[in-house]
Design a protein around this ligand. Structure first.
Ligand code: RUG
Length: 829
């Protein structure tokens, strides 16, 4: 029978071309084939969107070839794999990234132009996949790109939300949220795997039963849902390796419904089916505050359970002994969101594989590693015991058992220090009893890391001090990084070509350390000319976007000054707006001569506020009323403009970042775990105006303090400043601009009262007043540098040249070597 199957396989191979061809005629034939047979349009009449669909399917065919080869290669080699568990992946658009990584962009562009289409125009047809909130989610996407490029055997697991992050619509300056049904027009990049499904159980009871004379726990669930796999191949650059991002969608389980259908309760049964689907229907739009919602908990367990079943299935395909599990499996927890995986793996080992507690616990301690992205204790996830016990009764028992053993061990080590025991316990006692997911993650992981050096220091000295004192060897830091493939090659093709020309190679696209070579030409006049030209091209693109979006014409001679990120008090968009009001006020009070010295600015702010975050929404409104006033003041002209870019997402970022001269990263020191937007700006030769927070501190080391504009209190000073309370002095300039808002210079004074109250006196938790003068000085320094074109261009070149350390390739390599202990597994060409 094997001989027959082999014969069949050979016959099938003979029928197919070995690989799809990439010459212009083959590509055109493929595209037209997909127009006719996939999109089902006539090849003589199809529009740009249909052409995009056909193009995407032609690209997908090529992607699938490599993906299959990689999966077969991994199966054959059976290396240790890392399983990257993340509740969020912010992929944005895929087409351009994929063709660049596959090395077939130019071939497709040529083929399309012969068919009368422009590649870039078609690429614009694609919608963004926004299955995440912000930094954490985009980081996951960058890390997948690096894992594939560096040939690591990795699988990403997440949720296939039907509704991604809400669309931000601005009406009269107020944010409104609209649902993002991103799957409306289909998604050519995913492959539905109807045969890869797993049952996921919820609720019910746990009973004691005897199996072969041994007492064991049996969980009888109250509800069952089916998890269906959707695979998203992620190609590496300069390699055939194409790894898998497997996202789970919830489907009703037939087993669940049989009862209701049989009892004739047909309508209820259908409604129940819809309830099952709701598990993967929506992304929670706030990544920083955890609300103990049942649906969110269900999402977490749903994706964890399906992923763990998948991982066990793969392991058991080729292995019999569970002691080999840690040699083949590394499980990475991206924040605490997937940390139920710990209890789930334990449950499977104990209740399904019938390992002893001792053996199961030994495996747990070897396979999990945990990255936290949080800075403040309030940001740490807690799950009410009642909620967890109701939804996942067996998991709660296991967590209690882990905690019992831990606390007993701890007592032996530290004695009866009850304060410390209470702090370190997984269970938080109180009016509402909670499970502390961060404590669970730290206790059960062999490695815990922060996402910048400063962040790790804060973890060691504050957030997880008790744990660090106990297990210093567990704690590491892995400074975040972003992929240069997306953030230079895709988003800034002119800069990409320029860098390759001056370095004499494209090798930096895989080996980012080569970027440092640009330093040799930092004062080269010819490079300066070309560098400025590239920036100009990108500024034109951004200016056209601004005009199309808002009708506002902006001057290309002005400094494009950008702050784009989620709107949050600690990120201090308000400091930026107050600075703009101050600038406006100063210009208004200048005579003609002084005005000639003003450096014209186009201030650009963009970002979404979480729907329930009132203060953040007020900041957006304030930005709009200030913009309205300034932009319509004829007396100001081109000296100052303020633009709010709505619905900031990955593809908007790809256009905004290359066009920025200056970018602002204003978080109160000690509040931004890392920050990754700054890395993208840096790679694009944009100068930074920033506080000494998160990864910025490491940027200063790479590019030098002279090449950026630093300001504000340092992390260790922030605590002391807060302690000063009412005696803390704020500058007159600060009080004046806040008064302007209070007095209704921009209207809506009643609406903005609570906003002003939040930043005056002892309420100014994020220290806008204390940092204001230093901020204005940094802004003045930026103005001074900007008028000296040669100096600015040199700083810009040095920024890009020094950005290599902030590539996710470096981050991933560090994880692979120091955390996961995995080796590259390169698929032969
Ligand atoms: O706020 C952090 C950023 O500082 C960081 O750069 C990013 C990636 O590590 O993660 C962000 N973050 C934090 N996203 N969600 C959280 C809350 O856990």
């Amino acid at each position: 029978d094997f001989g027959e199957r082999k014969g069949q396989a050979e016959r099938m191979l003979g029928l197919m071309d070995v690989f799809l061809k990439n010459d212009p005629i083959s590509l055109q034939k493929d595209i037209l084939h997909h127009v006719e047979y996939t999109v089902a349009r006539s090849r003589f009449s199809f529009d740009d969107f249909e052409a995009y669909q056909a193009l995407a399917h032609s690209v997908r065919d090529r992607l699938i070839e490599r993906w299959h080869d990689t999966l077969i290669h991994f199966k054959k080699e059976d290396p240790k794999r890392v399983y990257f568990l993340s509740l969020e992946f912010l992929m944005g658009r895929s087409l351009s990234n994929i063709v660049i990584n596959l090395g077939i962009r130019d071939q497709f562009a040529d083929a399309l132009s012969q068919l009368g289409f422009d590649f870039e125009v078609l690429a614009e047809q694609e919608g963004d996949a926004c299955l995440g909130n912000g930094g954490l989610a985009r980081l996951s996407a960058c890390q997948m790109d690096s894992l594939a490029t560096l040939d690591y055997p990795a699988v990403g697991y997440g949720l296939r939300y039907q509704y991604g992050l809400f669309r931000q619509v601005i009406v009269d300056g107020f944010q409104h949220e609209q649902p993002d049904y991103w799957l409306n027009f289909g998604n050519p990049w995913e492959i539905e795997r109807v045969h890869i499904t797993y049952p996921v159980k919820f609720y019910g009871t746990v009973t004691d039963e005897f199996l072969n004379g041994e007492k064991c726990k049996v969980w009888v669930p109250g509800e069952m849902v089916e998890a269906v796999a959707y695979d998203n191949p992620i190609p590496g650059y300069g390699t055939r390796n194409t790894i898998n991002l497997r996202l789970w969608a919830a489907k009703p389980s037939d087993q669940n419904d049989m009862e209701s259908f049989n009892t004739g309760d047909y309508v209820d049964a259908v409604v129940n089916r819809q309830r099952a689907e709701s598990i993967s229907s929506i992304l929670y739009p706030d990544d920083r505050s955890y609300q103990g919602k049942e649906l969110r908990l269900k999402q977490q367990y749903f994706f964890v359970s399906a992923s763990v079943q998948d991982i066990f299935r793969r392991f058991k395909d080729t292995h019999k002994k569970f002691d080999e599990f840690p040699e083949k499996v590394a499980l990475q927890l991206n924040d605490t969101h997937p940390s139920l995986a710990i209890a789930e793996v334990m449950r499977v080992l104990l209740d399904e594989e019938h390992l002893s507690w001792h053996r199961a616990w030994d495996i747990i301690c070897k396979i999990f590693s945990f990255t936290t992205h949080t800075v403040s204790p309030e940001g740490l996830e807690k799950i009410p015991v009642d909620l967890l016990g109701n939804l996942l009764p067996r998991h709660l028992q296991i967590i209690y058992d882990i905690n019992f053993n831990f606390v007993e061990e701890l007592k032996k080590m530290i004695g009866l220090d009850y304060d410390r025991l209470t702090r370190m316990s997984i269970v938080e006692e109180g009016a509402v009893k909670n499970i502390r997911m961060a404590n669970l993650s730290v206790i059960c992981s062999h490695t815990v890391n922060g996402v910048s050096r400063l962040h790790s220091e804060l973890l060691r000295t504050k957030l997880f001090k008790d744990f660090y004192d106990l297990w210093p060897h567990k704690f590491q830091y892995k400074t975040n990084g972003v992929t240069q493939r997306r953030w230079i090659v895709v988003s800034n093709p002119s800069l990409c070509a320029l860098i390759s020309k001056w370095l004499g190679t494209e090798a930096w696209i895989r080996d980012i350390d080569l970027l440092i070579g640009l330093r040799d030409y930092a004062t080269n006049a010819e490079l300066h000319q070309e560098w400025k030209m590239v920036k100009k091209v990108n500024k034109i693109r951004l200016a056209e976007y601004i005009e199309a979006m808002s009708g506002l014409k902006v001057s290309l001679d002005a400094m494009f000054d950008v702050q784009t990120k989620r709107i949050h008090e600690y990120k201090r968009q308000l400091l930026n707006i107050l600075g703009i009001i101050h600038r406006y006020d100063c210009i208004k009070n200048m005579d003609k001569n002084d005005r000639k010295k003003v450096v014209p600015r186009v201030c650009i702010i963009g970002g979404k506020a979480a729907p329930g975050y009132e203060i953040a929404k007020k900041i957006i409104k304030l930005c709009h009323v200030v913009a309205e006033r300034i932009n319509n003041d004829k007396d100001i002209g081109d000296l100052l403009k303020l633009v709010f870019i709505p619905d900031y997402n990955v593809s908007v970022a790809e256009m905004v970042i290359p066009g920025a001269d200056l970018s602002q990263h204003l978080s109160t020191a000690g509040h931004e775990a890392s920050g990754t937007g700054s890395m993208k700006f840096l790679m694009n030769g944009c100068l930074l105006l920033a506080t000494a927070d998160g990864s910025t501190i490491e940027m200063v080391e790479e590019i030098g303090q002279d090449n950026m504009f630093l300001f504000g209190a340092k992390a260790h000073e922030v605590v002391a400043l807060r302690k000063k309370g009412p005696t803390l002095k704020v500058p007159l300039q600060f009080s004046r601009v806040v008064r302007m808002i209070r007095d209704g210079h921009f209207g809506f004074e009643d609406y903005f009262k609570s906003l002003c109250d939040k930043i005056e006196g002892t309420s100014d938790y994020f220290l806008l007043g204390a940092d204001f003068m230093s901020y204005l000085e940094a802004q003045a320094a930026a103005d001074k540098a900007f008028v000296d074109e040669e100096r600015w261009t040199k700083m810009s070149i040095l920024s890009a040249a020094g950005s290599g350390r902030f590539s996710s390739d470096r981050t991933i390599q560090e994880y692979a070597e120091n955390t996961w202990d995995i080796q590259p597994c390169r698929c032969p060409f």
